[in-house]
Design a binder for this molecule. Structure first.
Ligand SMILES: Cc1cc2nc3c(=O)[nH]c(=O)nc-3n(C[C@H](O)[C@H](O)[C@H](O)COP(=O)(O)O)c2cc1C
Length: 309
């Protein structure tokens, strides 16, 4: 029986398989260990880390929606120092592939987080969350303006030789423009997508369901949008590796993203429903490859057939 090779290379980063835990849905890597040991995955992306700990947004900050959920967590996190001191050693011991998700209110904040991590072994790379306001530029999100994004990426590029991924915002007015800017700034790959801005209303109380009114939509509801965005960026920039995510719940969903042009994928919201789902997804992916005679999963990237008109 065929044993498919699940390895993928995201730029220079070689992963044992293409399924990575998405930021904010897998804690700091070991929180769901009983269900999903992090070393079994292609990698784990940490909850977004800032230079100092943050408390996050007021409650309620989560709302269930048809085929998805809204969140406005407000980027609560323990801060990079505590992560490196209390969480990283165990991940390093387990040989998990750790990608640190980085955010800040200024470019200097991003640089600070990366510089702090640079002295630590056991970090495979960084993912910049650029869906947050640039306080020093009037609050416009880093990921919404290609020029700002290129500058931010370039400043982070200078301080690390490790793989650097930029997680693009699906709310940006010019998605391909931002992907191009990330590449020009020196990114090794782009992840897409982050959550899509939405809101939910309680009709009986006549109130927004989230304390912050708006939140980020995730889960199966956004899969077709994410797939289209991965496809568009891959078509425009075929040399730039794309890590695809948004609503993935099954091995076949992974195949969909790979065919659209992704090199690897991340799984987020699905883990809240079934904490062991990524192991199931890996088994389904291997079964798909066996059934379809796919020897190397990497050959699926961008292998979408053209439809006869
Ligand atoms: C509760 C929650 C917290 C999140 N926190 C982060 C974060 O800290 N940094 C980040 O880049 N993305 C964060 N995300 C976005 C996810 O990583 C992912 O991009 C998004 O949820 C879409 O994937 P999914 O549909 O598989 O969940 C968060 C998502 C959720 C639901």
């Amino acid at each position: 029986m065929l044993t498919p090779d699940l390895h993928v290379n995201v730029g220079s980063l070689r992963l044992a398989n293409p399924v990575i835990a998405a930021s904010g849905t897998f804690g700091y890597g070991l929180d769901l260990d009983d269900f999903c040991p992090p070393e079994k995955l292609g990698g784990v992306v940490t909850k977004g880390l800032s230079p100092r700990p943050r408390e996050g947004a007021p409650m309620p900050r989560i709302a269930e929606t048809p085929s998805g959920m809204l969140n406005a967590i407000g980027l609560e996190n323990i801060g990079v120092d505590v992560f490196c001191r209390d969480k990283l050693p165990a991940l390093r011991e387990r040989r998990a592939v750790v990608i640190v998700n980085v955010f800040g209110e200024s470019a200097a904040d991003y640089v600070r987080v990366i510089e702090h991590c640079e002295s630590e072994a056991g970090i495979a790379g960084y993912e910049l969350n650029v869906s947050c306001p640039n306080v020093s530029a009037g609050g416009i999100q880093f990921g919404h303006d290609p020029r700002t994004l290129e500058e931010l990426t370039a400043r982070c590029r200078v301080v690390t030789a490790r793989p650097l991924w930029v997680k693009l915002s699906p709310n940006a007015p010019d998605l391909v423009g931002t992907a191009r800017a990330a590449a020009a700034g020196g990114a090794d790959a782009v992840s897409l997508v982050n959550t899509i801005l939405g809101m939910a209303i309680d009709p009986l109380r006549r109130l927004p369901e989230l304390a912050r009114t708006f939140g980020g939509l995730s889960g199966p509801a956004i899969l077709p949008i994410a797939l289209r965005m991965v496809y568009e960026v891959h078509l425009a920039l075929p040399e730039l590796p794309v890590v695809g995510l948004g609503g993935i719940e099954s091995g076949l969903d992974v195949v969909r993203f790979l065919l659209a042009g992704a090199t690897a994928v991340q799984v987020g919201t699905a883990t809240f429903r079934r904490p062991g789902v990524m192991l199931e997804i890996l088994a389904e992916l291997a079964a798909y490859c066996r059934d379809q005679g796919v020897e190397r999963v990497a050959t699926l990237t961008g292998a979408l057939e053209a439809r006869d008109a």
